[in-house]
Design a protein around this ligand. Sequence first.
Ligand code: FES
Ligand code: FES
Length: 165
Amino acid sequence: MAEKHAITLNANGKDYRISVEARRTLADALRDDCGLTGTHLGCEHGVCGACTVLVDGKPVRSCLMFAVQAEGQAVRTVEGLAKGEVLHPLQKAFWENHGLQCGFCTPGFLMLATGALEAEPDLSEAELRDILSSNLCRCTGYQNIIKSVCAAASEMRACPPSADR
Ligand code: FES
Ligand code: FES
């Protein structure tokens, strides 16, 4: 049996003390060891972006990162976006602009867009299209995803979410 490593994963500001094999992906650790199943797994080899989370503020494909590599870094998942009953501006914009159909790709798009807009709030629509092109939507709802992210970007520029988001 493969050796396990005791690590502490910090996800959405909470520490999870877990024991994982060195080869366990961050996606599997988040979903199966931390119970954060909002992060979805599609292709499991870095193509679809459904598993995108933020690691120290940067979008990462969690199926391509080992859980042990994330120790000591701040991981954020879709579960950390809303504040209680209050949706994050991106979640609200997806809701209002029909930015999702089945919703499978949505957590990945939300985290990708969150990381991009937190790093550069003034991204143009063309730049956002370019960034969002890295993720796939099997329902092909790309126009409404772009519309949603652009709407959220405007709102976030006018009224930035609190820094702990
Ligand atoms: S599941 Fe990670 S990129 Fe597709
Ligand atoms: S909404 Fe179904 S995969 Fe994107």
